[in-house]
Design a binder for this molecule. Structure first.
Ligand SMILES: [Fe+2]
Ligand SMILES: [Fe+2]
Length: 187
């Protein structure tokens, strides 16, 4: 399925609702639902990999190095991404929206165009997608001992669920929130 098709088939997204809502409500929905979900899943996934390494013994641990590395990188980058949104971009958007709603120009001159931080976060989203694919590719080709395979089977299920949630999450940001912010800046 191409990226374009993936974007068109997202039954979990209430597009009409979020195109009409306040940006603040959409941000609250993204953080309380999607960011909180990621933060609750990552520690479980990290523990699952540690459990697989332990169950695999020395040979198993060596074989799992690529997955451990990929996941550590993915987790670190994703946690940083959530912080960039929550501590930098989302407060800027809330400030712009409140300026616009009180009849002021929403441009934040001290910061430059909002398109700059948005561009960085869109790039992060592409990186996250790529990292998830790499982990799926590795997991699809892995053949380990039954105890390790069982743990990695559960890990794969949770990664699949995280991937599905991130598609909705990133769709809300890339296709609804960010375009609406760009329009607000141009208004
Ligand atoms: Fe987000
Ligand atoms: Fe994001």
């Amino acid at each position: 399925m191409s990226e374009r098709q993936e974007k068109a088939v997202l039954p979990g997204v209430e597009t009409a609702r979020w195109r009409a809502s306040g940006l603040d409500d959409l941000i609250e929905h993204i953080t309380s639902r999607h960011h909180a979900y990621i933060r609750s899943e990552l520690p479980w996934m990290e523990r699952a990999i540690a459990g697989a390494v332990e169950a695999g013994g020395r040979a198993g641990a060596d074989a799992l190095v690529p997955l451990s590395r990929s996941f550590r990188f993915f987790k670190r980058e994703l946690e940083l991404h959530l912080r960039k949104e929550e501590e930098i971009l989302f407060p800027l958007i809330q400030q712009m929206e409140s300026l616009a709603s009180s009849g002021h120009n929403p441009l934040l001159h001290s910061f430059g165009s909002i398109a700059n931080p948005i561009g960085i976060l869109e790039e992060d989203h592409r990186g996250e997608r790529h990292q998830i694919r790499r982990m799926f590719d590795w997991l699809g080709n892995y053949h380990g001992s039954p105890p390790v395979a069982r743990i990695l089977g559960s890990f794969t299920d949770r990664l699949r669920a995280l991937d599905a949630d991130m598609r909705v999450h990133v769709h809300l940001e890339d296709e609804i929130l960010f375009p609406r912010v760009r329009l607000l800046e141009e208004s």
